[in-house]
Design a binder for this molecule. Structure first.
Ligand SMILES: CC(C)(COP(=O)(O)OP(=O)(O)OC[C@H]1O[C@@H](n2cnc3c(N)ncnc32)[C@H](O)[C@@H]1OP(=O)(O)O)[C@@H](O)C(=O)NCCC(=O)NCCS
Length: 227
């Protein structure tokens, strides 16, 4: 159950994450990103629990928890190196421009605590880490249609670097499933005899693509064979 949130001043404490916090933090992240993920093509994280657990063991990644009275109200994750198998960052792009980025991989505030300055405190913390580690920029990825987060970053002097834009083109095509088919009842052998005229082959109907099917009215070929 979520605690009632006091409207008074908040005392937010920041600390490094411990192994024992991982499950609780994972649940926290799922809650924060539930609505955000519904609206974006790319998962805005967290991607998978397995990956989240692996992050904990990475020496390049700093995971911080922000708490009010022992309850997690915020989480930040930042990396000093662009690491991970699915990483798309090209470090040379930054090198060429004399930038030493601190990659902000995650910034999440509990929905009940958003708009109360927790995110700003977290950003100050990340700026502080960047300075103490000799980084020159905070760099992050945000979905263009995560409008509230984007506006929040823009209001804090974040600017656009370069971006992958998701494009889509409609492929003209047919549906996978066939249209309804009217299927005639299959005649039993006794009915078949009655239905077949005694003399000569039946000419192929123009609608049956080369004549009647096997087991039904004999075609010219089968009639000839049987005679
Ligand atoms: C984006 C996000 C991190 C911002 O965190 P937040 O705690 O809501 O941010 P803040 O409270 O510091 O700022 C929000 C507003 O509250 C206002 N505010 C209210 N009380 C404040 C206080 N005491 N101190 C500072 N700002 C305060 C700020 O002015 C700010 O308005 P502005 O953006 O127009 O300047 C948070 O909304 C979030 O977790 N969103 C969902 C997850 C997400 O999308 N993350 C980013 C993915 S890349």
């Amino acid at each position: 159950m979520t605690k009632a949130v006091s409207q008074d001043a908040l005392e937010v404490r920041v600390r490094r994450i411990h192994r024992r916090d991982l499950n609780r933090t994972w649940e926290f992240l799922k809650l924060v990103f539930r609505d955000v993920n519904r609206e974006t093509v790319e998962y805005q994280r967290p991607r998978s629990k397995r990956r989240f657990m692996e992050v904990y063991t990475s020496e390049w990644i700093e995971q911080l928890l922000y708490e009010v009275d022992g309850e997690i109200v915020g989480y930040s994750e930042c990396a000093y190196e662009a690491t991970g198998d699915d990483n798309w960052v090209n470090p040379r792009w930054f090198e060429k421009r004399g930038m030493r980025p601190l990659f902000v991989e995650e910034l999440a505030v509990h929905p009940n605590y958003q708009g109360r300055g927790v995110g700003s405190f977290m950003l100050d913390q990340l700026q502080h880490l960047a300075r103490t580690r000799g980084c020159t920029h905070l760099v992050l990825e945000v979905a263009e249609n995560n409008e509230s987060a984007l506006a929040w970053y823009r209001a804090r002097t974040f600017y656009k670097l370069d971006a992958a834009i998701f494009l889509a083109q409609k492929v003209p095509g047919e549906p996978d499933l066939l249209p309804p088919r009217r299927i005639k009842r299959k005649l039993k052998p006794a009915e078949e005899g009655a239905a077949t005229p005694a003399t000569g082959p039946t000419p192929a109907s123009p609608n049956t693509r080369g004549g009647a099917r096997r087991g039904r009215t004999p075609t010219a070929k089968s009639a000839k064979k049987g005679s």
